[in-house]
Write a protein that binds this ligand. Sequence first.
Ligand code: ZN
Length: 112
Amino acid sequence: MKETRLETFLYCNDCKQEQDHVISYLNKRISEIECQVCQRRLSMQIDLSHELYDELFTRIRTKPARMTEEYRRHVSQFLLTLPARVASKPYRVYREWKEIRGFFHKYRARKG
Ligand SMILES: [Zn+2]
């Protein structure tokens, strides 16, 4: 998962004029828009499990064909063996896991 920030000019309802805004994206979805002058913030509801599924699915789809075929034939078994395969890149996985956990914390906290 990736969080991206983009600075742009947008009309702010509170400032009643165009101001600097920062748009945050989680993957390709807008998660937040914030006015840099009055800090008015618009948060979007993001379904994290959907994002994760999308991402996992895209990754599997972009893997070599062998893996995709294997995936089609033994879906459950594939999912069971997936962590072991992914663990061949321990550091990256650990970093990603920490990042995902952070996103869960951030976006869950928002609902309450
Ligand atoms: Zn504003």
